[in-house]
Design a protein around this ligand. Structure first.
Ligand code: URA
Length: 205
C-alpha cells in the first residue's frame, strides 16, 4: 500500500476541526488550509532539487533550488487545498481536473480538464476525499497521458476502497493523507469522514 498517514499533532488537530459538524464554512476553509501545510512537507519529499552556489554574508556555500511542481486540483473539493500549496510553493503551476460520476454507469465523466506543461514536473494531485478512488485514478490517467512520471496524491481522508483501487490502477503514485478511515457507507461517503468536503468548504447544503 503506497499510503503515508501523517499523524503529526498539528495534522490531527486540524482534521478534528474538519470532522466536527459544528465547524462552519469559514473555519472549515481555514482548517483545510492549515492541514494542507502539514501534508506538504511529506508530499514534496520527492520534488527534485538542483544545487546552486550562494554567498552568505560570511562565505560561499551550497544552496538548493526547488524543481518544477504542478498542482492539479480535482474540482471542486481540491480547491480547498490549493491556497496552502500556492503559499508554500509560489512558483507552482496549477491545473484543474473536473470529473463527476455518471449516475447511470457510475463511471467518472470528465467535464473540465486544463493542465499546464507537465514535462519533468513533480505533480501533486489535490483530491481531499479518497472514497472509491474513481476520480483520483481518472485524474492520474490524465496527468500520465500528458507525460507526468513523478506523481503524489494529497488527500485529507482516505478509505480502504479508494486506496485499494489506486494500488491496483496506479501503484507508482504515492498517497499522503491525514487519515485512513474505516469504510464507505451505501452512498459512497467515508465513515466517519467529514461529510461532503465541497459542500462544507463552500456552504452549499
Ligand atoms: N466525497 C466527499 O466529499 N465526502 C465523502 O465522504 C466521499 C466523497
Amino acid at each position: 500500500m503506497n499510503l503515508t498517514v501523517i499523524d503529526h499533532p498539528l495534522t490531527r488537530h486540524s482534521l478534528s476541526v474538519l470532522r466536527s459538524e459544528n465547524t462552519e464554512a469559514e473555519a472549515f476553509r481555514a482548517a483545510a488550509k492549515r492541514l494542507t501545510f502539514t501534508l506538504l512537507m511529506e508530499a514534496t519529499r520527492s520534488t527534485p532539487l538542483t544545487e546552486t552556489t550562494i554567498r552568505t554574508p560570511m562565505e560561499e556555500t551550497v544552496g538548493y533550488e526547488l524543481g518544477d511542481v504542478v498542482a492539479v486540483a480535482v474540482l471542486r473539493a481540491g480547491l480547498g487545498m490549493l491556497d496552502a500549496v500556492l503559499e508554500m510553493i509560489p512558483k507552482v503551476k496549477v491545473g484543474f481536473a473536473g470529473v463527476q460520476r455518471d449516475e447511470e454507469t457510475a463511471l467518472p465523466q470528465e467535464y473540465y480538464n486544463k493542465l499546464p506543461d507537465l514535462a519533468d514536473a513533480h505533480v501533486l494531485i489535490l483530491e481531499p476525499m479518497l472514497a472509491t478512488g474513481g476520480s483520483l485514478a481518472w485524474a492520474v490517467d490524465k496527468v500520465k497521458e500528458s507525460g507526468a512520471m513523478n506523481i503524489t496524491a494529497m488527500c485529507v481522508v482516505t478509505a480502504p476502497d479508494g486506496v485499494r483501487h489506486m494500488y491496483e490502477r496506479h501503484p507508482d503514485v504515492r498517497i499522503i493523507a491525514a487519515t485512513f478511515d474505516r469504510e464507505l457507507n451505501d452512498r459512497a461517503y467515508i465513515m466517519p469522514g467529514l461529510g461532503d468536503m465541497g459542500d462544507r468548504l463552500f456552504g452549499t447544503f
